[in-house]
Design a protein around this ligand. Structure first.
Ligand SMILES: Cc1cc2nc3c(=O)[nH]c(=O)nc-3n(C[C@H](O)[C@H](O)[C@H](O)COP(=O)(O)O)c2cc1C
Length: 162
């Protein structure tokens, strides 16, 4: 049972989650960064995982577009969908806006992997915004976002059983 993982991220959280998924999934696995690589034909794969991160409420464009362009083919596969984001409480809204409804319904699992704000890696504007977000979070006693590793484990377990 071969698996294709397609993902898009900016500062490495999504990639970290993909690396962990890769280690815990069984069978042959190929990973494709949609912001960098040309995606292969999904036809030969049994399972397809699609993920990406959220910026200003928007899911990564490349991941979103891939789902729209390949919807009919994807509906013939075992599908896993995931997101990295700083506000997991908004995940239902992000999911509905990011993925076609038919794909969400068809998916074996859809989950939020949380996220990280690594300011040392960020470009100027993102660093500035992040500084403001973190300051206001601190004031209201909200903890900094972190990757939800239990969710990543649960996701891979479910995909292995699919
Ligand atoms: C400028 C900026 C805007 C962000 N906007 C949102 C947002 O609207 N909602 C959210 O839940 N998380 C938001 N985040 C958090 C990211 O989704 C989170 O840091 C994620 O781990 C990034 O993953 P990546 O490094 O793979 O791109 C934002 C982060 C930055 C730096």
């Amino acid at each position: 049972m071969s698996t294709l993982i397609l993902y898009a991220g900016k500062y490495g959280s999504t990639e970290k989650c993909v690396d962990t998924l890769k280690k815990s999934l069984t069978g042959p696995i190929e990973t494709i960064n949609l912001n960098r690589d040309i995606p292969p034909n999904v036809s030969p794969y049994n399972k397809v995982i699609i993920g990406g991160s959220i910026y200003f409420g928007q899911f990564q464009k490349a991941s979103k577009q891939f789902c729209v362009d390949n919807l009919d083919l994807l509906k013939q596969k075992k599908i896993g969908l995931f997101m990295c984001c700083g506000n997991p409480e908004n995940i239902n809204q992000y999911m509905v806006e990011a993925f076609p409804a038919e794909l969400l319904e068809h998916a074996v699992i859809k989950d939020c992997f949380g996220g990280e704000l690594e300011r040392n890696k960020m470009k100027f504007f993102d660093k500035l915004i992040t500084g403001m977000i973190l300051k206001s979070a601190q004031k209201s006693g909200k903890p900094s976002p972190e990757i939800l590793w239990d969710s990543v484990t649960r996701f891979s377990e479910k995909m292995n059983l699919a």
